[in-house]
Design a protein around this ligand. Structure first.
Ligand code: HEM
Length: 196
């Protein structure tokens, strides 16, 4: 008799596959917003980034999130975005947090979207340097790599996701959290790029 083992896809794989359309939507919004056409347009992107990072870092205060992701102290770009807004002479937006009611396990989906965006940010960072003359010290801090490097910090996040402490029954809620986070970032980009 053969025993068949049912292999479940890893949570990180499910997140990538099941939110691929949302990621594609971000590309489209970025293309429409053309943030590297001028510092003013880029300032709109940083405003959206700041508000999103503020939503994400709010979740860092939750002890259940701290238990799930041990290295939160190296993550997050709220402060960097705030400094970039000052560099660019942009007003700091003041609107309610969108993540107040977000709890574990959905919070992990929000972190997934934010941490994953550090990978695509490598391309955005190059454009910010080449097209707008910005840098990791001025205006484009929010797109710069974490000091340890993008890949190392991302792989460590993926191992927090693909961890047996997270029950398979929680995966759907985490994917729903990632969709909510993408929806939030999409709404911010749409509003601040004035696409509607
Ligand atoms: C035009 C803008 C963007 C570009 C060019 C871009 C590009 C990329 C690229 C190339 C990767 C894959 C890196 C790899 O697999 O090694 C990636 C991953 C990712 N990006 Fe973006 N991205 C953009 C915008 C965004 C935005 C706005 C968000 C969310 C706020 C986002 C969230 C993610 C996530 C979550 C991943 C991880 C996917 C995974 O492996 O699970 N990206 N991006």
């Amino acid at each position: 008799m053969t025993i068949e083992l049912i292999q479940r896809p890893a949570l990180s794989q499910r997140l990538k596959q099941e939110t691929a359309d949302q990621h594609e939507r971000m590309h489209q919004l970025m293309a429409q917003g053309a943030p590297f056409s001028s510092r003013a347009a880029y300032g709109c992107f940083v405003t959206a980034q700041y508000l999103f990072q503020r939503d994400v870092e709010h979740l860092f205060h939750d002890s259940a999130v701290q238990a799930a992701v041990a290295d939160l102290h190296v993550r997050g770009r709220q402060e960097a975005s705030l400094a970039d807004l000052a560099d660019l002479g942009m007003t700091v937006p003041n609107e309610p947090l969108a993540s107040k009611a977000v709890l574990m396990p959905a919070a992990l989906g929000w972190l997934y979207v934010s941490e994953g965006s550090t990978l695509g940010a490598a391309f955005l960072f190059k454009d910010a340097q080449a097209k707008l003359g910005l840098s990791a010290e001025f205006g484009a801090r929010n797109l710069a790599a974490y000091p340890e490097g993008r890949a190392v910090v991302w792989r460590r996040f993926v191992s927090s996701l693909d961890n047996e402490q997270i029950a398979p029954e929680e995966h759907d809620a985490i994917i729903a959290g990632a969709n909510a986070a993408y929806d939030r970032f999409g709404a911010l980009l749409t509003r601040y790029f004035q696409l509607v």
